[in-house]
Design a binder for this molecule. Structure first.
Ligand code: ARG
Length: 563
């Protein structure tokens, strides 16, 4: 049950809807204050009364029942105590019932959310800078699907631009078919880097000509371009597989080549296009922004032009309720401009476009630079983390079976979790050692907790002990703390979606793992005083495993059975 909604239904605050009230209810940091609390400060203005008085009046009117035992006012807060036995039963029944679906919902039924993420650049390195967009987008994609939405994952490929002319030129001068085929994206990138370092004026002119040839549909130039694209996508696919990332569409910038003219015509028709120094722009000065460049003076389109066409195309094709762009905060201005232009064009759905901005990821060792070829490739970060995970696991548990498979889950998980644990807008410095710390706020810690739960359950199964449907009299403090946390999961998933913030799920995993470990240490599970209590504790253990597995899966992190 969603206790916040349950309580909100039973409270009456003039002019505030139950949904709004539910949104205000929090879990107090100190359980002594109650299990849930409603701060009444917000209502003081509306009701023209002091928060303390409002809380007291609400407390007096609240109808306690077998779900909420007590509502008490304290310093402007209305604190609720839940019935422990009732909460335990209800939570465990529900988790047992729903299993891998626990936490899901149908709130998104019939609604579509487009998510633009990862959006790789063809023939360019797939580096650590792409980690956040890829795993954040992937997590949001799974979270929205879990909530019943139809999520459409879009890889808006960077496959348009003069760099492809340069690449073809470099290949023509220095490249060799077999060598590039063998070297894949690395060989392609080397050519590009070499061009930027060594190209003469003449070659620059040639490169412009090759770009023009791609644009005009020249067969050879397009074949080369498609080849580079194939090599890049084959390469990134391997990484997507390791990260459990999927897409529904790879319509990139080039896809919009023939869809820009109608947008330009519409801008003209609506009187939004103005000429400035030979270029065509939309003036955004009244909105405090530099102009949005639509066509350069040589008639070439821009990144923003293609994003305008893409947004319109997506609306027409998917009729999205929301369209998310998981892109670094460096592009804040770009998206503000694009969204504003669409609004000026009269697209009332422009308000449904959301730039989900995130901060930079760097490695502890030092900064990275893409221009000169000394790039930190994402693949190398993942492989290194998996290698380190393998070494740690081998040392801790030399007899473990399938060490490679476990190390893959642990190492990949550590990279993913490292990018998802902090609020997305923060810049993060990734450290292998911190990410692989078994006692830290890490995925390894959570995975280890799952393995621990699993091993208790295995042991019980081995002894023929059953726990399905088990109930106990009132849960003790550790059990109740854990059960309360488990009951919150559906709410956590919803909050993560509403805030576009998978870190809410990541932090929740650590919180539940900590509570489980406290329970595991303080309460004897297999050695409980009675069969009834033992079965109850096993049931809590299984519910924890189910919940943590569901949460980690949403983040794209695998759960090893043993560690
Ligand atoms: N390829 C772009 C980059 O690496 C990101 C594209 C983001 N999506 C978009 N619709 N603009 O910067």
């Amino acid at each position: 049950m969603d206790h916040k909604a349950y309580i909100a239904q039973r409270l009456h605050v003039e002019g505030v809807s139950p949904e709004e009230i539910a949104g205000c209810i929090v879990v107090p940091p100190d359980a002594g204050m109650g299990d849930l609390a409603l701060p009444c400060f917000k209502f003081a203005k509306i009701l023209h009364k002091s928060p303390a008085l409002i809380a007291e009046e609400l407390a007096r009117a609240y109808p306690a029942d077998e779900v909420v035992e007590r509502a008490a006012a304290l310093n402007g807060y209305l604190n609720f105590s839940l019935n422990r036995t009732g909460l335990a039963k209800e939570t465990l029944d529900r988790i047992e019932d729903e299993g891998s679906k626990y936490g899901s919902s149908d709130m998104g039924r019939g609604k579509t959310v487009c998510i633009d993420y990862s959006s790789v650049n063809i023939a360019k390195p797939f580096h650590i800078g792409h980690l956040s967009t890829t795993v954040l987008g992937g997590a949001l994609y799974r979270i929205y699907n879990f909530l019943g939405y139809k999520a459409v994952g879009i890889n808006h490929l960077g496959d348009y631009g003069t760099q492809f002319g340069k690449l073809i030129c470099a290949y023509k001068h220095w490249g060799e078919r077999e060598e590039v085929e063998r070297g894949g994206i690395h060989a392609v990138n080397d050519l590009y880097v070499r061009f930027n370092r060594e190209a003469t004026e003449e070659m620059e002119a040639e490169a412009r000509e090759y770009f023009r040839l791609i644009e005009s549909g020249d067969k050879e130039a397009n074949e080369l371009f498609e080849w580079f694209k194939r090599l890049t996508l084959a390469y990134v696919q391997k990484i997507y597989d390791r990260l459990h990332i999927t897409f529904d569409s790879y319509a990139g910038e080039r896809f919009y080549t023939d869809k820009m003219q109608p947008v330009i015509d519409e801008l003209k028709e609506k009187g939004l296009l103005v000429e400035s120094q030979g270029a065509q722009i939309v003036d955004l000065e009244p909105y405090g922004m530099p102009p949005c460049l639509i066509l350069r003076s040589d008639g070439a389109s821009l990144y923003a032009t293609r994003d305008l066409a893409a947004a319109i195309y997506r609306k027409n094709t998917y009729d999205f309720e929301k369209c998310l762009y998981v892109v670094a905060y460096q592009q804040n201005l770009h998206f503000r401009q694009v969204f504003k232009v669409l609004e000026l064009m009269g697209k009332d759905w422009a308000k449904d476009l959301v730039h989900v901005a995130y901060g930079m990821v760097s490695l502890e060792e030092g900064a990275m630079s893409t221009r000169k070829g000394n790039v930190v490739w994402l693949e190398d970060v993942i492989s290194r983390c998996v290698e380190k995970a393998f070494a740690i696991i081998s040392e801790k548990n030399p007899d473990l079976e399938e060490k490679e498979a476990v190390a893959e889950k642990v190492g990949v998980g550590a990279v993913v979790f490292g990018a998802l644990y902090n609020s997305k807008i923060k810049d993060i410095v990734f450290s292998y050692d911190k990410a692989l710390n078994f006692d830290g706020e890490t995925s390894v810690y959570v995975q280890y907790t799952c393995a621990r739960a699993n091993s208790v359950l295995e042991k019980a199964r081995g002894k023929g002990i059953a726990w399905k449907g088990a109930t106990a009299s009132e849960p003790c403090a550790q059990e109740f703390d854990l059960l309360k946390a488990l009951a919150e999961f559906p709410d956590v998933v919803r909050s993560a979606a509403n805030a576009y913030e998978p870190s809410i799920v990541a932090r929740y995993c650590v919180d539940v793992a900590q509570k489980f470990n406290k329970f595991y240490i303080d309460c004897k599970i297999m050695g409980a005083d009675s069969d009834m209590v033992r079965a109850f504790r096993l049931r809590i253990t299984e519910a924890t495993l189910t919940t943590l597995t569901n949460a980690l899966t949403l983040l794209g992190i695998g759960v090893p059975e043993k560690m």
